[in-house]
Design a protein around this ligand. Sequence first.
Ligand SMILES: Nc1ncnc2c1ncn2[C@@H]1O[C@H](COP(=O)(O)OP(=O)(O)OP(=O)(O)O)[C@@H](O)[C@H]1O
Ligand code: SF4
Ligand SMILES: [Mg+2]
Length: 349
Amino acid sequence: PSTAAALPRLERVSADTKANVSPAESLIRVRDLRVSFPGRGGLASFPHGGKRAKIDVLVDVNLDLRAGETLGLVGESGSGKSTLGRCILGLFPASSGSITFRGRELTKLSEREFRPLRENMAMMFQDPIGSLSPRQNVRSLILEPLDVHRPKGFDRDAAALRLANAVSLPREMLPRYPYQLSGGQARRVGVARAIALAPDLIIADEPTAGLDVSVQGDVLNLMRDLQMAQKLTYLIISHNLPVVRHISSRLAIMYLGRIVEQGDCEAIFRRPAHPYTEALVNGIPRPDPEHRRKLTSIEGEVPSVAFRPRGCEFHARCRYAKECCREEPPHETIVSDGRTVRCHFPLAD
Ligand SMILES: Nc1ncnc2c1ncn2[C@@H]1O[C@H](COP(=O)(O)OP(=O)(O)OP(=O)(O)O)[C@@H](O)[C@H]1O
Ligand code: SF4
Ligand SMILES: [Mg+2]
């Protein structure tokens, strides 16, 4: 039988139904986003027609962020999560596709045009201490966004105390330098910097990585309180599925730079539709020893974005792979509860 005949009939996602979020609801809307880096060397960057080959890190990414929600972005290391966050904030250029903020196209803006918009969007970077300048003390670090965007002057002492208070950093911390901070304190400095300009959107890259469990809880509670007080929208990037489940209303799962599943967080955890999501969810360690024995971890090497497999890029690791999966790349489709899935044979339907 031909490959096409072997595929189940699924609704192909049209431009307006992607992710099932209406344009009016979206704060951020990403469509068909592609991001490429020049090859770094080795075979993947072997010159083609005199040009260095490009490596596609993000491919056909569609994502919707609704005002006031928390969207968890999950995927293995190297899948492109940080690149997507940086691209939304204009810190890395899109190769093609569209990113809109409240309906305004961002990908065509010059740095000068983007700058005022950046007051509405902030990033908490992946490495809380390393991302802070080692020569600035906490006071000057948390005032920096105001110094950049409100050069006409403001009450520096009042602003420093207000921000320190908002993130529960004792005022004695203000003269300290990053190397003198604990992981949790550095995170609070990162949160203070992120909220300094009262943004609408915060992209938090691994906000709990490297923290003790109790400190993780403190940081998440702080972020949740700020979200309610300041009507923030969060895009939370994390490896930690229990953390993501705890805080997210919706979820996007990334594999090799594509979103393979996106939808309501609890629904996805209860009944994953993509085999990759199922493997991730089943891989969460559980306290119950009966369950632990049944763990199905994801086997096989993570392929590199520099050498993308043919067909469905997950096929070599997928326990449900059929013949057609090796040849035919799956489109993004909508399953019955409105989530999008990139698989020929979604599990939850
Ligand atoms: N400046 C760059 N030049 C070339 N390749 C890059 C660059 N930055 C990232 N990459 C590649 O892009 C891919 C995605 O990287 P990214 O940092 O977005 O992944 P990630 O999902 O955030 O991973 P992690 O969970 O480890 O933080 C990786 O293969 C990485 O090697
Ligand atoms: S398309 Fe095939 S190989 Fe890919 S995830 Fe679905 S079942 Fe597995
Ligand atoms: Mg990252």
